[in-house]
Write a protein that binds this ligand. Structure first.
Ligand code: HEC
Ligand code: HEC
Length: 359
């Protein structure tokens, strides 16, 4: 259904431009620019574009059967053909949900063509993947297991055979999906992974700041926020995730020379969606490099300068870029260490299919 999707993209664009206008009007109304490097009092109207993460109580291990199953499956390398790649291989939860590679090693070391985005705070994205081709986490989770350059399982049937070969998994599925006559299904497997991922939030000092604690950010970080706002970065990076809400063209005002990825065009087949990507969240961006859909930019400073040039038609001097980087690093939150602690996985039985490292 290309037409409704395209209409949605247009609505996103329209909303973005309204925000841009409001921002520009607001910044024109501000007459006194703070001296360089000094803490500025952020404009409350502009701060209202952002929101803190919800405060959730994470279920302890053993408290929620669906989440517990999802955690096991997330860390389960036997869901891959080689039996040595799990979701955590490319989205390492101890490393802010990424592997810090431009593109990741999948089955037999094959490289995909896109950078692994973080799974932290992903639940609230408008859709999953750089091009938004999966509507939510549960739909997304079905992809990598069967993707020949990722976990490379030959079929859903083989995935289920692995799970069914271990009585502890069969029991865990029965507990997670009570009352279902056939709890072990590929959809339920993906649902469980999605339920585990749903809680992967990383609140931090930025949330305390948005809740009114002005001292939660240092004066350098607040100055960086001011520079971020003055340049209009929030036109696309807004909301509780500073991104994740819209698709935008990489090269919005000046063609981006370093990528030929069709982006969202591959999903909608609308020419107007070429080179459109989901705007990534900026939470934890200080830890999740390299940057962009192709992992083509190594440093945060480089990513910020590219953004100013290609998305906004501005050229930042070194001090401005450094201020923004200081602000972006303040968006690093806390990893939920107990929640992500790797569980003990069931032991293989003689029925468990063997690792296969052929092509
Ligand atoms: C071999 C590396 C690799 C493995 C293994 C892998 N992923 Fe990914 N993941 C990626 C890449 C690359 C992308 C982006 C692909 C794209 O957008 O086209 C991605 C995208 C995602 C996203 C979307 C995030 C966003 O911001 O849009 C989620 C969520 C995710 N993966 C979860 C998982 C889960 C759950 C598993 C295990 C079932 C898994 N991944 C296994 C590499 C991997
Ligand atoms: C017109 C929309 C738009 C504006 C304005 C914009 N961005 Fe972006 N930003 C994007 C999109 C789209 C991407 C993803 C591009 C890609 O990967 O192909 C992105 C990616 C990024 C990334 C890389 C994140 C990652 O995980 O790879 C950073 C950092 C970033 N933007 C910071 C900024 C800053 C700082 C500003 C202001 C100077 C800014 N952006 C302005 C749309 C925008």
């Amino acid at each position: 259904m290309p037409t409704p999707r395209f209409a949605r993209a247009s609505v996103y664009l329209a909303v973005s431009f309204v925000i841009l206008l409001v921002t520009l009007v607001a910044s024109c109304a501000r007459t006194e620019a703070p001296p360089a490097g000094q803490a500025a009092a952020p404009d409350p109207a502009q701060l209202a574009l952002f929101a803190p993460l919800p405060e959730v109580t994470l279920p302890a291990h053993g408290a929620d059967p669906l989440v517990d199953l999802g955690r096991m499956l997330y860390y389960e390398p036997r869901l891959s053909k080689s039996q040595n790649i799990s979701c955590n291989s490319c989205h390492d939860l101890a490393k802010y949900g990424v592997d810090n590679e431009p593109t990741s090693d999948g089955h037999r070391g094959q490289k995909g063509d896109r950078n692994s985005p973080t799974v932290y705070n992903a639940a609230d994205h408008v859709a999953q993947f750089w091009d938004g081709r999966a509507k939510d986490l549960a739909e997304q989770a079905k992809g990598p297991i069967l993707n020949p350059v990722e976990m490379a399982m030959p079929s859903e049937h083989v995935v289920l055979a692995v799970v069914e070969s271990m009585p502890e998994y069969v029991e865990a599925f029965a507990k997670a999906f009570p009352g279902e006559t056939k709890p072990v299904t590929y959809d339920n497997l993906a649902r469980a992974i999605g339920a585990f991922e749903q809680n992967l939030l990383t609140p931090g000092r930025w949330d305390a700041f948005l809740r009114g604690d002005g001292e939660a950010l240092t004066s350098e970080e607040r100055a960086g926020l001011e520079t971020f706002l003055q340049n209009g970065c929030q036109v696309c990076h807004y909301g509780s995730l500073l991104g994740g809400n819209t698709f935008q063209r990489l090269g919005a005002v000046k063609p981006y020379p370093r990528s030929s990825d069709p982006g969202r065009f591959a999903v909608t087949e609308q020419e107007g969606d070429r080179a459109f990507f989901k705007v990534p969240s900026l939470r934890n961006v200080g830890e999740t490099g390299p940057y962009f859909h192709d992992g083509g930019v190594a440093t945060l400073d480089g990513a910020v300068r590219d953004m100013a040039e290609y998305q906004l038609g501005r050229s930042l001097d070194a001090a401005e870029a450094a201020r923004i980087v200081t602000f972006l690093k303040a968006l690093t939150g806390r990893i939920p260490t107990d929640y992500i602690a790797p569980p003990v996985l069931p032991t293989s039985t003689e029925k468990t299919p063997k690792a296969d490292i052929s092509g």
